[in-house]
Design a protein around this ligand. Structure first.
Ligand code: TYD
Ligand code: MG
Length: 471
């Protein structure tokens, strides 16, 4: 970590204000507190040590107020972080090249520079390029300093002299240190440099953003090694067109369910404030076969998304499932439930499943909509327009409860959906932060199994009872 080997000398440090004395005193000259000096090791000028980290303190005496969170200037970013940027935290942001990581962080840098000093370190672009971009983003601020370097030693020297409250390093793949031996960009180099920078940030109560380029297949070896060193791992992903999605894969200080939604425009990224209907496809006439809409609960809000399915005779003699927005295993499981409990032959078909708007969906509540889309694709019969479905499917073909069903029904109704299908039982209590919950009278058509749901959607042509034989 960031401790220098020479700094082992003992000092006395005040528990309440961090003041350091070379000898013990009954009263702290820094804050006037009595009996607050404790033995500690001097760490050169490594900045304030925090009670409980460098010496034991009563748990109630630790300052852990939410006030130590700072806004990034983008509410959608704050949401993903768990309510803003926590001082002393380290965040890794991965994304494909060109997705907008540098743009996003330059905007965050500008916003944080209003209340503190920010250092934007870039090993990717020249200061002139960064200045040009900052001009376009209206991100030129007095407290924002730019340093084009990838050398760890010079970056550390800059950090020590500037003492920024927010540090952005773009990217960790361009960092290198003589101490780490090998060539820049290797896993060893990345890990060593990341560890040093995280150590510095923790010791100085600064927030650190590390940018990582990742390929389509996910985090490559180097940045992966940095994942466990940081407090949060975020990924910045492509949605449809100019839409960008920020999500957390790991977050020590918040949930990983929240997603942030942005739009990339000529002046950088802007927040998408009412995204509930964003992932719907507007059509003049009714729905084509193979399309079903699901109210999806993402973090603390509901989004309506369109799920599209296509079933075509299998080319290779066995079924293949092509789906990169919804897990293949889940689609296969839903197809198996349709075979078994809805008399639908799918095993001689290749199945394609997609989500309009490029949204990646992981929550269980989409099962019923995926099933309806597959059924519709296979039979060629379209769902009634104005229908939305939520529910998890059990292997026995039952529609299982999902979280926040009432909120989903309300979101769907607000967007003009007249027929909302969902599980018979409610599950969990209303979201305490949900302002519309009290006067909510939204309701949905309750279905208890797949057969019932398909009947409600497709009328008499839906499957009768589930006998298990194939159509
Ligand atoms: P960038 O932030 O450089 O991506 P990354 O750091 O992830 O590689 O963003 C690059 C893309 O964003 C580039 O194609 C241009 C586009 N862009 C805009 O559309 N509007 C803007 O205001 C900016 C700064 C970039
Ligand atoms: Mg970049």
């Amino acid at each position: 970590m960031a401790k220098s080997k020479a700094a082992k000398a003992l000092v006395f440090r005040c528990v309440s204000c961090g003041h350091v004395e070379v000898k013990w005193l009954g009263r702290c000259p820094g804050c006037g507190e009595w009996n607050s000096l404790r033995e500690s090791t001097a760490k050169g000028d490594e900045g304030p040590e925090r009670a409980g980290e460098s010496f034991p303190v009563p748990i109630g005496a630790i300052d852990a107020s939410e006030a130590s969170r700072m806004s990034t200037g983008l509410g959608e970013f704050d949401r993903v972080l768990g309510g803003g940027l926590l001082r002393g935290s380290a965040i890794l942001i991965g994304g494909e090249p060109g997705i907008g990581k540098s743009t996003l962080l330059l905007q965050v840098a500008a916003s944080c520079a209003v209340s503190g000093r920010v250092l934007y370190v870039s090993g990717e672009e020249s200061p002139a390029q960064i200045r040009m971009r900052a001009g376009r983003l209206d991100a030129v601020r007095e407290g924002l300093e730019v340093f084009a370097s990838g050398n760890l030693a010079t970056i550390r020297a800059a950090l020590d002299s500037l003492r920024p409250t927010v540090v952005i390093v773009d990217s960790i793949q361009t960092l290198w240190s003589d101490e780490a031996g090998s060539v820049p960009g290797t896993a060893n180099q990345i890990k060593f440099c990341a560890q040093e920078l995280v150590g510095w940030a923790k010791a100085h109560d600064s927030s650190l953003f590390l940018v990582a380029h990742v390929t389509k297949d996910g985090l490559i070896a180097g940045p992966k090694a940095a994942e466990h060193l940081v407090d949060a791992v975020l990924s910045f992903e492509q949605g449809e067109g100019d839409i960008r999605v920020l999500r957390a894969a790991k977050n020590r200080f918040g949930s990983v369910d929240e997603i942030g939604l942005f739009r990339m425009g000529p002046k950088g990224l802007s927040e998408l404030l009412d995204p509930s209907g964003l992932f719907l496809v507007r059509r003049e006439s009714g729905l084509p076969p193979g399309v079903a809409v699901a109210p999806v609960h993402e973090g603390s809000r509901v989004l309506l998304v369109e799920i599209q399915a296509l079933a075509v005779p299998a080319k290779a003699g066995f079924t293949r499932v092509y789906s990169d927005r919804i897990e293949v295993a889940r689609v296969s499981r839903i197809a198996a439930v349709l075979e078994k409990h809805a008399n639908m032959r799918l095993s001689d078909n290749d199945l394609y499943v997609n989500v309009a708007g490029g949204m990646r969906l992981t929550e269980p509540g989409i099962d019923l909509a995926v099933a309806a889309a597959l059924w519709s694709a296979r039979t060629g019969q379209a769902l009634p327009s104005g229908a939305a479905l939520a529910g998890e499917l059990s292997l026995a073909g039952e529609v299982r409860p999902v979280v926040q069903m009432r909120k989903r029904a309300r979101a769907a109704a607000n967007l003009g959906f007249g027929l909302v299908l969902g599980p018979a039982d409610e599950y969990g209590s209303p979201d305490p932060g949900d302002k519309g919950a009290e006067k909510d009278t939204s309701d949905w058509k309750r279905v208890s199994d797949l057969g019932g749901a398909l009947k409600a959607l497709f009328g008499g042509t839906g499957p009768k009872a589930t006998k298990g034989e194939k159509a």
